[in-house]
Design a protein around this ligand. Structure first.
Ligand code: FES
Length: 194
């Protein structure tokens, strides 16, 4: 990782097509209000990184370097903090982020079988994203709704009292919804180009 960081150390956006003359370009413009608010407040690094992840979905090396520069911190420190906390991601996530609860109540009530069902359906394991970019699987700690255990969240939706069959059904429905969305877009594209 440090090698990768060094490799990019002298890169600038000289070939940017936005007419910004390269070095004035800020690919992380949306983060500026957050940096304005927190950059000079000691102990705000995690808050900034959380907001950055909310905005961009994951922390790229470029994004971590930008945060380091703006907060007058070393890239090593930003990277060290990011890797210490499991909440931070370094790869883009799929359209559907599956957060599979591994808390005690869910564990006791069958989270292992739920995980197996997800793995069987999607052929990915913890932290991976399907090749079509649709699903990412993350194991998480208690989601705070133990009475529904075993539980998973997919994006903002909570699914409880899961069984293998239920998981298979939910994932199949989401796959179907995604492919219907793609065909809908293709139809619109065709109408526009005809
Ligand atoms: S242990 Fe899974 S929601 Fe609490």
């Amino acid at each position: 990782m440090s090698h990768e960081i060094q490799e990019h150390h002298h890169e600038h956006a000289h070939d940017c097509s936005c007419g910004c003359q390269g070095d004035q370009h800020n690919p992380f413009e949306e983060l500026s209000p957050v940096l304005d608010q927190y950059a000079d407040i000691p102990g705000s690094l995690i808050t900034i990184m959380q907001k950055a992840q909310e905005l961009y979905g994951f922390l790229s090396v470029e994004l971590m370097r930008h945060i380091a520069v703006e907060t007058h911190t070393s890239i090593a420190k930003v990277y060290g903090v990011a890797t210490f906390y499991t909440q931070f991601r370094f790869e883009p996530v799929g359209k559907y982020l599956i957060m599979l609860c591994q808390g005690t109540a869910c564990h006791v009530n069958g989270s292992k079988q739920v995980e197996e069902a997800v793995i069987d359906c999607l052929e990915i394991t913890e932290g991976e994203t399907t090749a079509d970019g649709l699903f990412t699987l993350n194991n998480v700690a208690c989601l705070g709704c133990c009475s529904l255990s075993p539980v998973m969240m997919i994006n903002d939706d909570t699914y409880g009292q899961l069984t293998k069959d239920k998981v298979t059904h939910i994932l199949a429905e989401l796959k179907e919804a995604a492919s219907a969305e793609v065909s809908g877009l293709k139809m619109i594209e065709n109408e526009v180009t005809v």
